[in-house]
Design a protein around this ligand. Structure first.
Ligand SMILES: [Zn+2]
Length: 269
């Protein structure tokens, strides 16, 4: 049995797994998602902006990253991220010294690496294999979700770490909710065209006004993970909308593109 808890601290949400069977050989993982709180950035980036793909001061972003890593007794040199391109490319990282390049999923079974990906509305998916002790992160915006990065991530962990899908755990983190993720017809059509392995229509609703659609990215990723072999009881959703919660999160859509980034971090301790 695994006990799952979301713990809110000043700077972030921590996703805690407590393995009651005690068969994970004493190793633990940390998975967390930062908020806007507790950093040094000013103005629209106030205050814990973690992403360099913004016009915020580089010194402030560096400092923010160091503040968060320091909370876990890591130097900033342990953090590995990638150039996120809204694709479905995935990489395994063994040492933090190397840049992961262009990809939208990062995985590791090394204690020497802190995986990091950056978000402002897109859906972060955290993976944890308590048996093989490996972790992963995927960046599932609408394109990544449509490209089924969820299933590709599960397959990647199977190949790389011999993970058994029914033993994997996943957390679907804060992202733009179906309350705010409104799209045109062509995006809705692409979901229906590409995701034939799940009942995607259930998560695409006509918007109250005009020829628009509201898409539930969290639920679609949940269904994709189930189709990939994860057990329902091992998938956890942090059901919060980044666009609605303006005191907690940056939102690309709400802030019209000019905003900071939250970080999803995953590492083995
Ligand atoms: Zn919302």
């Amino acid at each position: 049995m695994v006990d799952f808890k979301i713990i809110e601290t000043q700077k972030y949400f921590k996703y805690n797994f407590e393995n009651k069977t005690g068969n994970n050989s004493g190793r633990k993982v940390e998975m967390l998602f930062t908020t806007k709180r507790g950093g040094v950035s000013d103005g629209i980036y106030s205050s814990l902006n973690m992403g360099y793909s913004t016009d915020d001061s580089k010194a402030s972003i560096y400092k923010n990253r160091a503040i968060v890593l320091n909370d876990f007794n890591f130097g900033i040199d342990k953090m590995t991220s990638s150039d996120q391109v809204h694709g479905t490319g995935l990489r395994a990282v063994e040492d933090a010294g190397r840049d992961a390049g262009e990809c939208d999923g990062l995985f590791t079974d090394s204690r020497e690496v802190v995986l990091a990906m950056f978000f402002a509305d897109c859906t972060p998916v955290f993976f944890y294999d308590p048996v093989k002790t490996a972790v992963g992160l995927s960046h599932a915006g609408w394109r990544g979700t449509c490209g089924d990065i969820a299933t590709k991530s599960v397959r990647f962990m199977k190949e790389r770490y011999r993970s058994e899908p029914h033993q994997l755990m996943a957390v679907i983190g804060p992202s733009i909710g179906p309350c705010c993720f409104e799209t045109g017809e062509e995006v809705a059509a692409e979901f229906k065209e590409k995701l034939k392995n799940i009942r995607v229509n259930e998560y695409i609703k006509a918007a109250p006004a005009g020829a628009k659609f509201l898409i539930d990215l969290k639920s679609i990723n949940r269904e994709l993970l189930k189709a990939a072999g994860l057990e329902d009881k091992n998938i956890f959703v942090h059901d919060v909308c980044t666009a609605c919660e303006k005191d907690l999160f940056y939102s690309y859509r709400r802030d019209r593109g000019d905003t900071g980034r939250m970080a999803a971090l995953a590492f083995i301790v």
